[in-house]
Write a protein that binds this ligand. Sequence first.
Ligand code: SAM
Length: 229
Amino acid sequence: MPLLPRRFQKLKSILNGRMDDLTILIEEVEKPHNLSAIMRTCDAIGVLEAHAVAKESKTRTFNSTAQGSQKWVSLKDHKNINGAVETLKKRGFKLYGTNLSVHSIDYRLCDYRGPTAFVLGAEKWGLSDSATQLMDASIFIPMRGMVQSLNVSVATAILLFEAIRQRDLAGEMPKEGEGLSKDKYEQTLFEWSYPEVANWCKEKGRQYPNLNSKGEIIEDLPRSIKVKY
Ligand code: SAM
């Protein structure tokens, strides 16, 4: 089915609010309902890309809780926590590890307006010691109940919503695509609009074709790929 102009405008309006400088890194969070709820929150917030370190040999699955949000937030896999942290630090992210220790800071006392990555730990064990040591700061969400911790997806939502609350108050929420570089914006818009063609281009190692203002591909592609969109 061809991409309808209304659908193209919808994709653009969502992308206009996406942020490349707010993300999460999850360490060995495995349960499909948690992963799904986390991805759904990332989509709702406007996170462009999330990061994960998975247990070796575990295949990731999502369930209906995700509501398809995994299509709109890319999840980048890292082999280990050191590699993930290094990648994010190189990109200028400040890493906030979540930790229920007495040395952690109340999450409401930090400023999340700059490049921010929240780092969340496994359902059972929390964030590993090696991850905690690599963090720029450790934060916690105050608890007042009998149970010591929150569900990891709930903690993710609280932290991400605090970040956008602060950015919103400061008038720093993107509205017209300012949250992404021009290249990233165009690349993502193409991938959202024509996922099959994007995959084909990746296989061929070629650039994505240009789109006109209605979202139509302005290049004559081979018939074999044209029939797919
Ligand atoms: N026993 C684990 C511990 O001591 O960390 C509990 C893990 S908790 C169920 C899973 C993850 O949720 C944690 O690693 C953290 O990322 C997040 N989390 C849960 N409650 C939190 C809180 N009150 N503050 C900050 N993060 C929290």
